[in-house]
Design a protein around this ligand. Structure first.
Ligand code: KG4
Ligand code: ZN
Length: 350
C-alpha cells in the first residue's frame, strides 16, 4: 500500500510517500519545507504569512516528490485535517482533496496529534512488528500547541487523561525565549542555554506537580520567569543560562512525574513521547531513567521526526486504513471534507 501524505497545520509544508508492506514501513520520500526563517522576525507564527507560504510551496513540493510518475501506484491520499491553524490547514486540505478527487483515490483525514504519536512507529521497528507487546501505552504529547497525557489502547483508540489548562509546554519555552530575547522557536534555544546553567539557581514553581489529576499549567511558570527578570537590573550570560536551566528543570520534573504516576495508575506496557518538545534531551533522559526504574519500555521519535512532518501523517493514515477507521473518505464524499482546527484526539477525558 502506497500513501501520499500532506501536512500543513502550522508553519511547515511537508509531503511524504510511504510504502507499507505487511510489517514493514518504507519511507520512500519525505520533504519538509520549514518557514521558521520567515516567522523568526515576528517572534512567532503569523497565520496569514504561513498560509501564503504554504500556497507558494505546496505545488512545487508535490512536483518534486511525485516526479514523472505522478500518482501512479498510489493507493491513498492522506492529509492533516486538524488541529492547527485553520488558514494553514486549508491549503494542505485543498491540495489533497483536489488530487484525490481528480484521481479517484480515497482520502484519509488524519489528526495531527495522532501523527505525532505515530512518529514513534517511524523510529522503532519493534512497535511496527509487535504493537500488542507495548499497548496500552501512556503517551505524553508535548508540542507548541498541545500538552496532553493520552492512554493509547490500540490503533486509533485514545483516551485523554489530562491536558494543559493554559499554555502548552512548547509555548512556555517559546515565551521564556521571548522574555529573554533569545529568538524563535524558543525550545531548542532555551534548552541549549539550559545545558550551561545551574538547575537549582532559581526555585521556580512546579505547577500542579501534586494536584490529584493529570492536568498541567505552564503560564504561572512563565510569569515567575518574568518577575525574576523584572527584579534584576542587568542580566548576564550566567543569569540567562541559570534561568533557562531552572525553568527547564521545572518543566521536565512536572511532565515526568505526572507521566510516571499515570503509567503506574493505568498499568501500561510502555511510555511514549511525541511532539516538537520530544526533541528535548533533558526530557528524554528524565523519562528514560524513570521508565527504566519501573521496567517499562520507553519510546521517543528520532530527531528528524519530532517536529512537524508528513511521514508521521502517512504512518497514522496507514493504521487508520488497517483499523478501518471512520476517517477514510470515499471519493464521492471528498469535497465535503472541512478542516477541524480544534479536533481533539479523544473527546472523552477519563
Ligand atoms: O510539534 P511541533 O513541531 O509543532 C506543533 O504542532 O506545535 O512543536 C513545536 C514546539 C515549539 O514550541 C518549539 O519551541 C518546541 O516544539 N521545541 C522544543 C525543542 N524543539 C522544539 N522544546 C523544547 N526543547 C526542544 N529541544
Ligand atoms: Zn506538531
Amino acid at each position: 500500500m502506497r500513501i501520499l501524505a500532506i501536512e500543513s497545520s502550522c508553519d511547515e509544508t511537508a509531503i511524504a510517500l510511504l510504502e507499507a508492506k505487511g510489517q514493514s514501513l518504507n519511507l520512500l520520500k519525505n520533504q519538509v519545507y520549514s518557514q521558521i526563517s520567515i516567522h523568526k522576525k515576528y517572534g512567532g507564527v503569523v497565520p496569514e504569512v504561513a498560509a501564503r507560504k504554504h500556497l507558494e510551496t505546496i505545488i512545487p513540493l508535490l512536483g518534486s516528490i511525485l516526479g514523472k510518475d505522478k500518482l501512479k501506484n498510489i493507493d491513498y491520499l492522506a492529509v492533516t485535517a486538524g488541529p492547527g491553524l485553520v488558514t494553514s490547514l486549508l491549503l494542505g486540505l485543498t491540495a489533497a482533496k483536489t488530487l484525490a478527487y481528480a484521481n479517484k483515490l480515497p482520502l484519509v483525514a488524519v489528526n495531527h496529534l495522532e501523527g505525532h504519536v505515530y512518529s514513534n512507529w517511524l523510529t522503532s521497528s519493534d512497535l511496527v512488528k509487535n504493537p500488542k507487546k507495548f499497548l496500552p501505552a501512556l503517551v505524553l504529547i508535548v508540542s507548541g500547541g498541545h500538552t496532553e497525557l493520552v492512554l493509547m489502547k490500540g490503533h486509533g483508540q485514545y483516551q485523554s487523561i489530562g491536558r494543559t489548562l493554559d499554555d502548552a509546554a512548547g509555548e512556555a519555552y517559546d515565551k521564556v525565549a521571548k522574555l529573554l530575547s533569545l529568538g524563535y522557536p524558543g525550545g531548542p534555544i532555551v534548552s541549549k542555554w539550559a545545558d550551561k546553567g545551574n538547575t537549582k539557581a532559581y526555585d521556580f514553581p512546579k505547577p500542579m506537580l501534586t494536584s490529584p489529576n493529570f492536568d498541567f499549567s505552564f503560564s504561572g511558570l512563565k510569569t515567575a520567569v518574568l518577575y525574576t527578570l523584572e527584579k534584576k537590573k542587568n542580566i548576564n550570560k550566567k543569569d540567562i543560562a541559570d534561568i533557562c536551566a531552572s525553568f527547564q528543570a521545572a518543566v521536565v520534573e512536572v511532565l515526568t512525574t505526572k507521566a510516571m504516576i499515570a503509567a503506574k495508575k493505568y498499568q501500561v506496557k510502555s511510555i511514549m513521547l511525541a511532539g516538537g518538545v520530544a526533541a528535548n534531551k533533558a526530557l528524554q533522559q528524565s523519562l528514560l531513567q524513570k521508565s527504566k526504574s519501573q521496567n517499562l519500555p520507553f519510546f521517543y521519535p528520532a530527531a528528524n521526526y519530532t517536529g512537524d512532518n508528513a511521514a508521521m501523517i502517512a504512518v497514522a493514515a496507514y493504521y487508520n486504513v488497517v483499523a478501518k477507521s471512520g476517517r477514510i473518505i470515499k471519493n464521492k464524499d471528498i469535497l465535503t471534507l472541512e478542516p477541524e482546527a480544534n479536533w481533539q484526539l479523544s473527546k472523552n477525558k477519563i
